[in-house]
Design a protein around this ligand. Structure first.
Ligand code: NIG
Ligand code: FE
Length: 410
């Protein structure tokens, strides 16, 4: 039996006996144990309590007043990609819009062109490095999408890379098939032809090789319509892939409605919302995943987090790590930005980036809170006066160590 006792924890954050998906006011309650210890056995949280009485264990890590919280659960990324796109970043500084860039073959199509020329091994190597980088930044579970392939061969190549990452990663990974990210040039005038390829060629291989957990569609004007989104999601559901879709990023696209109709686990982005759509989402079982760093990077209005929370929507926060709209997988920054720009309380942001993020990947039994039996995927902070200091001191590295399955991640 492999045991380790963490002692002298200033605050043990997000301690829950029976975790549940949080909505409305529940999001602002972040249970904390002061002056605590935590026992890890075989990589999992075995027990915790306050320092007045703690178990006798030979292997002790004295945290000397640091705080401990569950690792970030990043439920929306595209971290497998062939190359960065900083030239588009500069084009945008000079005045081009995201849609202008997409229309001239940049954006997602640019990434697809480069991915087609990159081997599975090279994609794996670069993605693995990004995975290591985000774990160092405190991410302890992550979802990764395909969607830069846009052909049978390249989508399957991406999904095989994600599968290989899953098999070698110390943190849990969920894979999402996003063949419907945009129409490839070959099918620019033949949308039915591409949808047919997704449904009748890609999905059968994904099913046979068990390459994905979820299905995603970019439901947006100029990309996939709500009807197309529903058709693709229903086909995915037939092989056991629940939808997790890109909705309402650039327009009131009908994506939220399509997601709710197909019983999506989450609808993600939500920069563009109106009251009716917020009410609809609030009264559904679908999680609303906000990606503030994408809004920031594209200079778009931030997601209406306050209205969403106040209406009772279950919201999660994620990084959207991708080369086009959020070239950063730093969840610390996501949490900070959510408090600063979307007026989320620190407690709300931490809950949305941990427990609700875990729910948005159906990993709530494994990660997302300090709960007996869950993986010891933990952030050990620098000494901080209070939890509000985390989002307040934006851009500072406040992580001292990250434990993954109870071991210090190197
Ligand atoms: O989530 N919105 C669609 N997809 C990505 C961006 C893709 C890209 O520009 O490469 C997103 O923001
Ligand atoms: Fe995305």
């Amino acid at each position: 039996m492999n045991q380790m006792l963490l002692t002298n924890i200033h605050q043990l954050i997000n301690v829950r006996q029976q975790p549940a998906l949080l909505r409305g006011k529940e999001l602002s309650s972040l249970p904390i144990l002061e002056n605590a210890w935590l026992l890890i056995v075989n990589g999992r949280i075995a027990d915790f309590g306050t320092m007045d009485a703690y178990p006798e264990v030979s292997n002790v890590m004295d945290l000397k007043g640091a705080s401990v919280l569950p690792c970030w659960c990043d439920s929306h990324t595209h971290l497998v990609f062939a190359a960065s796109r900083e030239e588009e970043f500069v084009d945008k500084i000079k005045g081009m819009s995201y849609e202008d860039i997409a229309a001239k073959g940049g954006g997602i199509l640019n990434s697809a062109r480069r991915l087609a020329l990159t081997t599975e091994e090279a994609l794996y190597t670069s993605a693995k490095q990004r995975l290591v980088d985000i774990i160092r930044l405190g991410t302890g579970a992550v979802e990764i999408k395909s969607g830069y392939g846009l052909s049978v061969e390249a989508e399957i190549k991406m999904l095989r890379v994600i599968k290989q990452l899953k098999e070698t990663s110390p943190i849990p990974i969920k894979a999402t098939f996003l063949g419907a990210h945009t129409y490839p040039l070959l099918f620019k005038e033949d949308h039915e032809g591409y949808i047919d390829q997704i449904i009748h060629e890609m999905l059968p291989i994904i099913d046979r090789e068990q390459l994905a957990d979820y299905i995603d569609v970019f439901c947006e004007k100029g990309f996939f319509s709500p009807e197309e989104t529903i058709r693709i999601c229903e086909a995915g559901k037939k092989i056991g892939l629940q939808p997790k879709i890109h909705a309402n990023q650039l327009n009131l696209s009908g994506g939220v409605q399509a997601g709710i109709q197909t019983n999506a686990i989450s609808v993600d982005h939500l920069e563009t919302m109106d009251d009716e759509t917020i009410q609809l989402l609030a009264s559904s079982n679908t999680i609303g995943t906000l990606l503030p760093t994408a809004a920031y990077f594209l200079r778009m209005p931030f997601q209406p987090a306050r209205q969403l929370i106040d209406s009772g929507t279950a919201i999660a926060l994620a990084s959207d790590y991708n080369p086009g709209s959020s070239p950063s997988g730093n969840m610390n920054m996501v949490v900070s930005m959510s408090c600063i720009q979307m007026k989320m309380l620190p407690e709300e942001a931490i809950n949305a980036a941990t427990l609700n993020g875990a729910y948005a990947m159906e990993l709530e039994k494994e990660v997302g809170s300090i709960t007996i039996g869950k993986r010891a995927n933990l952030i050990i902070t620098q000494p901080i006066p209070s939890i509000a200091y985390l989002p307040y001191a934006f851009g500072s590295n406040l992580i001292d160590r990250v434990l993954i399955n109870g071991e210090v991640f190197g």
